[in-house]
Design a protein around this ligand. Structure first.
Ligand SMILES: Cc1cc2nc3c(=O)[nH]c(=O)nc-3n(C[C@H](O)[C@H](O)[C@H](O)COP(=O)(O)OP(=O)(O)OC[C@H]3O[C@@H](n4cnc5c(N)ncnc54)[C@H](O)[C@@H]3O)c2cc1C
Length: 604
């Protein structure tokens, strides 16, 4: 029998990004003994990369803003498939979560009269993103981490959770190993908060960090939880396209929020040519009005570059496909042009977008204060994920909670930029609070020794095989497959080919072999990640095949229109069947209560 170290806590949070840290702070403040387990070093979670800011209707820059406008913007951006309760809680509570962060020491950019400054972002009617230059995620993580550490939360970092353990259907703990030495550990607990982030590493071109292998979604699925709306993957319109080694790295929407414009190879601002009907009344129809908006003129409407991400990404794809793209297969994003309008433009750009300035200078030898950037779509975010209750964040597995990018509901078919960081704070807090409450009401669960041994054996299997493929080869093949066949533009034939391909890849993934020993063995980590990537890729593909319409992040070339009657009324839910196969069903949406419907109507 394989040995392992054992621990015991009231609440275990898996993940130390914004959602995990916020959940742990809340659970610990409620008196629950709380442990955070995370794959990377504390302070290095994916959230640290967030750039543009966090959306909260504080009305510091435009006093017309309110939770109602934020709610309506989020629902419209999500094309009304959102969990409305989550959208309501998010819009109402985000301002308090941002002010709380400030009280804990976050140093936000300021308005002239000393309030938290808010910037424009796509799909938000008013300037709404509280920010710290273009390094907001770093400040968020630093602040939460300081707060958490001072509160005495235990952290086991560089550890990967490989299995959730159950006791009669409820949470009993989890099995994990430390990545440095390869030793297994088990923690017994009645409540687990999944805060493991997204799935971007299933794709070849992505802005996401190495951690994004869909672990939380796959752990939840295997434990019997439901996944929802997995077809809604967000392709951010502006990733770097050149040089090839940096392809996919994000170029923040903050560039467009500060006045950056998109042009094709002929120098034309092509976004003016395609403004969707439901945004027409709130979008500028000429360049001069767009610039006035960026400068804060309340009578002006948003420039079309600030339309929602799904739409901007498709417009860029069209320019490239029709031969009007930039030399390396993207389009031009230009912020340097504002020197026509501002005397101190280079200083202004460096102050507002310091990371972007350095990113392009160092990685592409481009000075963005003087010349345009080349950009194109990159896999960025998944709106779908683990299905949770809107008020408590608990899944259908008792004791299993989820918050942040791993969870589904808030963003519907498309996330507005900035709504993730505030999502982490609002729902991280709620998940931590309810996990602590749940844990207190439970008797101690029992750990099933057989499940632990099965989990360890399965994790070590790649060492035991005498032959087999290198796990990286399988991961690269998967990324190519998903990029080519289940990417921005989808058609039935290709997605069916992807499903077939995934069956073959699953077999290959289950037969990989790794060399060496358990210490510092990235090949072994990848072999373990693969099983999770397969689960999320299959779920994305199945849902994308089922949704025979185009909506939000999901675009079908063979069904380019929305089908309100069939698909505007349901979420797609994935569950593991008794025979181990993936099962999909349509779950009817709950009707919006009259008072929220009125908020939507009033803010159309
Ligand atoms: C470049 C970039 C810029 C962005 N800018 C913005 C922005 O300006 N505004 C905005 O709202 N959103 C932005 N986003 C999106 C936002 O940053 C993410 O959606 C968000 O940070 C996710 O946070 P999280 O807490 O859910 O997960 P993460 O921060 O990703 O944390 C996940 C944690 O889970 C751990 N983990 C994962 N799997 C396991 C496992 N098996 N075992 C143990 N631990 C595990 C990881 O180690 C990590 O600690 C940006 C994204 C990118 C990529």
């Amino acid at each position: 029998m394989a040995g392992y170290a054992s621990h015991e806590y009231d609440v275990v949070v898996i993940g130390a990004g914004g959602a995990g840290l916020r959940a742990a702070i809340e659970s610990s403040a409620a008196g629950a003994r709380t442990l955070i387990i995370c794959k990377s070093l504390l302070g290095k979670a994916h959230t640290v990369m967030a750039e543009g800011g966090m959306a909260a209707a504080m009305a510091n820059v435009d006093d017309r803003d309110s939770w109602k406008v934020h709610f309506a913007d989020t629902m419209r951006g999500g094309q009304y498939l959102n969990n409305f309760r989550m959208a309501e809680l998010h819009a109402k509570q985000a301002p308090d979560r941002v002010r709380e962060l400030e009280a804990w020491g976050a140093v936000f950019d300021r308005t002239a009269d000393g309030r938290i400054l808010q910037r424009n972002f796509g799909g938000h009617r008013y300037p709404r993103l509280a920010h710290v230059g273009d390094r907001t995620g770093l400040e968020l993580i630093r602040t939460l981490q300081d707060q958490g550490v001072h509160q005495g939360i235990d952290v086991q970092m560089e550890c990967t959770v490989v299995d959730l353990l159950l006791d009669g259907g409820r949470v009993a703990g989890c099995l994990y190993y430390d990545r440095e030495r390869g030793q297994f550990r088990v923690v017994r607990t009645s409540a687990i908060v999944l805060a493991t982030g997204g799935v971007g590493r299933a794709y070849k071109i992505t802005s996401n960090s190495w951690e994004y292998t869909g672990d939380g979604q796959a752990l939840a699925y295997r434990a019997g939880a439901e996944l929802m709306d997995m077809e809604f993957v967000q392709f951010h319109p502006t990733g770097m396209v050149w040089p090839p080694s940096v392809r996919g790295i994000l170029v923040t929407e903050g560039v467009r929020g500060e006045g950056g414009v998109l042009r094709n190879k002929d120098g034309k601002r092509f976004m003016f040519a395609d403004i969707p009907e439901n945004y027409r009344s709130s979008t500028a129809d000429n360049e001069e009005e767009g610039w006035r908006y960026v400068c804060g003129d309340k009578s002006a409407r948003r420039p079309p570059e600030l339309l929602t991400r799904d739409h901007v990404a498709r417009c860029i794809m069209r320019e490239v496909r029709d031969g009007r793209g930039s030399p390396h297969g993207g389009v031009f994003l230009d912020i340097s042009w504002i020197k026509e309008k501002l005397k101190d433009a280079p200083t202004h750009i460096k102050k507002k977008l310091p990371s972007m300035y350095h990113q392009f200078k160092q990685l592409a030898d481009i000075d963005i204060t003087q010349e345009p950037m080349e950009v194109g779509p990159t896999t960025h975010y998944i709106m779908g994920g683990v299905r949770v209750d809107g008020d408590t964040q608990m899944t259908n597995v008792p004791g299993l909670f989820a918050a942040g990018e791993v969870a589904a509901g808030l963003h519907g078919a498309n996330r507005l930029g900035g709504n993730s960081l505030s999502d982490l704070l609002v729902f991280g807090k709620l998940a931590g609070e309810h996990a602590a409450k749940f844990a207190k009401a439970q008797t101690a669960p029992k750990i099933d020794e057989e499940s632990v041994q099965v989990g360890i054996k399965s994790a070590l299997a790649p060492f035991e095989r005498t032959s087999g493929e290198n796990p990286y080869a399988v991961q690269f093949a998967l990324q190519d497959l998903m990029q080519d066949k289940v990417g921005i533009v989808r058609v039935e034939k290709e997605m069916k080919e992807a499903l077939d391909g995934l069956q073959g890849l699953k077999r290959r993934a289950a037969a990989t072999k790794v060399e060496g020993n358990r210490e510092f063995n990235p090949g072994w980590h990848t072999a373990i990640d693969l099983a999770n990537l397969m689960v999320v890729s299959e779920a994305i593909t199945l849902c994308a095949l089922e949704r025979k319409e185009s909506r939000g992040g999901h675009y079908r070339d063979d069904h380019p229109k929305k089908d309100e009657a069939t698909f505007g009324t349901c979420n797609l839910v994935i569950k593991r069947g008794a025979d181990g196969s993936m099962q999909l069903s349509r779950r009817p949406l709950t009707k919006l209560p009259a008072e929220l419907q009125q908020v939507v109507e009033e803010n159309k």
